[in-house]
Ligand binder design. Structure first.
Ligand SMILES: [Zn+2]
Ligand SMILES: [Zn+2]
Length: 250
């Protein structure tokens, strides 16, 4: 709610928040990512991951050497070329996403966007990015929240990667019911016709990176990838702050 954000802002003027690590909210004198969180991120970056959807699949030594796809990517081809994220949606990163999204801590978009750029720089394919498309919220949801976290993150990523953010190229034209607890097929059914490309000219012939805060099953970014391709995008990649964790056994 907008008034909650206003109240939060007013409170922060009166009681300035102590200097915090953007992830764990522990004390950090210069507001940089604290040592413990850096160690955690380094651990995630060293994990084996699905080369298509970027899902984190545990320590490398417990996995075969070859690049193994996760079960979801093995089961069917994805409409995006690849997806990457900073870390799985758990622990301090999950908390940070919640502070950004539900507590209006929009200032977190900058340090979190920087982490997304670090993740993008580990994947050479992102060098070819020509435009960033943030996952849109419905107008009603955006009005309720007062901002779209995906757009805030896209702006930070775009500034650092020097790629234009094509805000409004894709719009959400239909509210979708809550996605939690639904299977992949049901999620896709829910999302069909929820998004539309409003400005095909902004995406045609371009290599696009879709930007969002969280990738869980990838249903939302899959639908958006499909409609971007149908509108003539030359390539579609996905960059999210948080990604999926796959615990399947090999
Ligand atoms: Zn921390
Ligand atoms: Zn995968």
């Amino acid at each position: 709610m907008w008034w909650k954000n206003l109240l939060q802002a007013a409170l922060e003027l009166v009681y300035p928040p102590r200097r915090q690590c953007p992830l764990c909210a522990g004390h950090s004198p210069d507001e940089s990512i604290c040592h413990a969180c850096r160690e955690l991120l380094a651990g995630y970056a060293a994990e084996k991951f699905c080369p298509v959807c970027g899902s984190f699949m545990g320590p490398k030594q417990h996995r075969p050497q070859s690049a193994m796809l996760c079960q979801d990517c093995l089961a069917g081809s994805r409409p995006f070329d690849l997806a990457r994220s900073v870390a799985p949606y758990e622990g301090p990163l999950r908390d940070a996403v919640h502070r950004l999204k539900y507590h209006g801590r929009t200032g977190l978009a900058r340090p979190l966007g920087l982490l997304m750029v670090e993740a993008a720089l580990r994947e050479p394919a992102f060098e070819r990015t020509q435009a960033l498309v943030p996952v849109p919220l419905s107008p009603r949801r955006e009005q309720q929240r007062g901002f779209n976290q995906a757009l805030l993150l896209a702006r930070e990523v775009g500034a650092l990667l020097q790629a234009p953010v094509v805000e409004g190229a894709v719009v959400k034209i239909r509210e979708t019911p809550a996605q939690t607890g639904l299977h992949r097929r049901e999620r896709l059914q829910n999302l069909l016709h929820a998004f539309a490309v409003a400005e095909p000219g902004a995406v045609v012939g371009k290599i696009i990176a879709i930007i969002d805060d969280v990738f869980t099953t990838g249903s939302t970014v899959s639908i958006i990838s499909q409609i971007l391709r149908q509108s003539g995008a030359a390539g579609v990649m996905v960059l999210t702050l948080a990604g999926a964790r796959k615990t399947e056994k090999w």
